[in-house]
Design a binder for this molecule. Structure first.
Ligand SMILES: [Zn+2]
Length: 75
């Protein structure tokens, strides 16, 4: 479970923060290799490293579903 407090420490989050709508908060993990929203496993509780449960790579974007759908044009 990723909390807001964790996410605000992710550098990429800050770049997008101006577009963030807390009322629509819904954290998802998008695997850039699988090209879809996936389940992940956090490898280190002290770091923001997540492993895709499908391909086992760590090419994961963390964002709200709304943002991901927009950015990656998920259909
Ligand atoms: Zn994957």
């Amino acid at each position: 479970m990723t909390t807001y407090d964790e996410l605000i420490n992710v550098p990429t989050f800050w770049k997008k923060k101006e577009n963030f709508n807390p009322e629509r908060w819904d954290i998802k993990f998008f695997c850039r290799d699988c090209r879809k929203i996936v389940e992940t496993k956090r490898l280190d509780p002290n770091k923001y490293i997540y492993e895709c449960q499908i391909c086992k790579w760590r090419n994961i974007s963390i964002w709200t579903q709304e943002w991901l759908v927009d950015f990656y044009e998920i259909k």
